[in-house]
Design a protein. Structure first.
Length: 140
């Protein structure tokens, strides 16, 4: 799929700099997901000229609160978009056309290294997994 076809299926145009963002609550850290998501959204908004493509979470604990934060962050923000699901093909293509991955999903540790895209892995959700040189770990 070309960049133009991908943008048409997403209904959003990519900008010059783009990030894929996915952040799920850590089940053993109940009560902290909303605060962690707020910190992530604040950090993303401080990066100039970056378009973020956020995938929403499933029925995880504290998931509804995180979805509400993401959707509230989108109001009036032309440099952010959220999707319930991108599907495997669109997700991989978006990664190909993006500049990096931010969040705490295994895609940042497994698929992103295969594309040589940098990953910022947030928190403990992926602890114990191998990391490639393109992965930077940080606290929420």
């Amino acid at each position: 799929m070309s960049l133009e076809e991908l943008q048409a299926t997403l209904g959003v145009e990519l900008s010059e700099r783009n990030l894929i963002v996915t952040f799920h609550p850590v089940t053993l850290e109940s009560g902290s997901a909303n605060g962690q998501m707020k910190s992530l959204l604040n950090a993303l908004s401080a990066i100039p000229d970056v378009h973020s493509f956020t995938t929403l979470i499933n029925a995880d604990t504290e998931g509804r609160g995180i979805i509400n934060l993401i959707q509230g962050d989108l109001d009036g923000t032309p440099k952010a978009a959220a999707f319930t699901s991108l599907g495997q093909i669109r997700h991989h293509l978006l990664m190909y056309y993006s500049d990096g991955v931010v969040g705490n999903l295994s895609i940042g540790l497994i698929e992103a290294p295969a594309t040589l895209k940098p990953t910022v892995n947030i928190g403990s959700r992926q602890s114990g997994r191998l990391r490639a040189a393109n992965v930077i770990d940080c606290d929420p």
